[in-house]
Design a protein around this ligand. Structure first.
Ligand code: ADP
Length: 355
């Protein structure tokens, strides 16, 4: 036990109480009848830069609502709850505070629950639902519009009817792609989804992923070039997750590059890592969008018609998959034209069994 604790908990009962307080994730401070801090726990010590015992509570966390609630608890014995925002060490935090009076007006206990992370997750979820429903609404509105026009007479005009049916089909296919990507994204993010690692020769994954896209490359007169080492590069990884990410990168390289260009698939060992790269000769990605392209639903090609555009989910799924298998996926900044995506996977640690 630290010296500080010995001073704080002079009796066995106090020591017991302090141990309980220190094991809480919530930050706690107790103030006396004059509003001075008399007791804190370690979670509060982690939040506050200085030792606050002896200072006035209103100077500890400067928040008017909290101050009022503490005063009310002290004077009137009324417990309260307050949501507050505070900047601590230059970072914005959101707290849920529970304020309870001690018996006989002795003081007040304030319990601060840091809900910053919870709020951020909530916001991401809300944005995701808003984006997903927007993406679903566009093709649905189009399908409904074409179907209504057909019903109201266009069906009798054969060439127009055929055009509308083709459009309905294109939008339906887009909806299907979206549904599939959303399912894959959910799987990639779900911790329940097991990406069982097995000893995998990365050269085989490169060949298989690219192989499934040979037809697409051929259709645009493009060449898939391999730069793979002579020796096996074996990593303990889920081939399914890696194949999914790699297929997406090679697919994008084909989709976004002009006809008759080359996509290079490269594999090498670099110290403790296996490095996989997909390089194309397309338009590349502007430096300021280097991170944004990994966001869900983000697309650069706003000018494309919605039914031709991708879902904007591919790279976020790929990054999730690579995260799940313990690697990293990034877009490499470069001066030359074309995009260069890199996957880094840690090579097996030979010493691992010793631990
Ligand atoms: P999408 O389904 O739209 O392809 P992605 O998440 O895979 O979604 O990609 C996001 C955006 O990044 C794409 O809309 C595209 O504008 C851009 N992008 C991805 N890969 C490339 C590439 N190899 N070259 C140029 N732009 C790319």
């Amino acid at each position: 036990m630290s010296d500080k604790k010995k001073k704080r908990g002079s009796t066995a009962e106090e020591a017991r109480l302090l141990t309980i307080l220190d094991s809480m994730v919530e930050a706690v401070y107790v103030t006396d009848a004059k509003g001075r801090v008399t007791l804190t726990n370690s979670a509060l010590d982690d939040l506050m830069p200085k030792d606050v015992v002896g200072r006035r509570a209103k100077n500890v966390i400067k928040n008017d609502e909290l101050k009022r609630a503490i005063r009310r608890a002290r004077k009137k014995g009324v417990a309260g709850q307050v949501e507050l925002e505070a900047t601590i060490d230059g970072k914005d935090h959101a707290f849920h505070a529970q304020i309870s009076p001690l018996p006989d007006g002795e003081g007040v206990v304030t319990v601060l629950h840091d809900v910053t992370q919870l709020r951020a997750t909530d916001r991401i979820r809300r944005d995701f639902v808003a984006n997903a429903s927007h993406e679903l609404r566009t093709p649905l509105t189009a399908i409904r519009g074409f179907a209504e026009t057909l019903r109201d007479g266009a069906l009798n005009d054969r060439p127009t009817a055929e055009r509308f049916l083709q459009a309905i089909l294109r939008h339906a296919l887009r909806l299907q792609r979206l549904a599939e990507d959303l399912t894959t994204l959910a799987q990639a993010e779900s911790l329940k989804q097991n990406f069982e690692p097995v000893q995998t020769d990365l050269r085989a994954v490169c060949r298989d992923s690219a192989g499934s896209l040979e037809g697409a490359a051929h259709a645009k007169g493009m060449t898939l070039r391999f730069q793979l080492p002579e020796e096996k590069v074996v990593v303990d990884v889920s081939p399914r997750a890696l194949d999914h990410a790699l297929t997406n990168l090679i697919g994008n390289a084909i989709k976004y590059s002009p006809e008759k260009t080359t996509v290079t698939i490269r594999l090498r060992e670099d110290r403790d890592n296996a490095v996989l790269e997909v390089e194309d000769q397309g338009p590349g990605i502007p430096a300021h969008l280097r991170q944004r392209i990994f966001e869900r639903f983000y697309r650069i090609d706003g000018g494309r018609s919605p039914e031709q555009a991708g879902t904007g989910l591919g790279l976020s799924i790929a990054r999730n998959m690579i995260d799940r298998v313990g690697g990293e996926l990034s877009l490499v900044p470069r001066a030359e034209p074309g995009a260069l995506f890199r996957i880094t996977l840690p090579l097996d640690d030979d010493d691992e069994d010793e631990f």
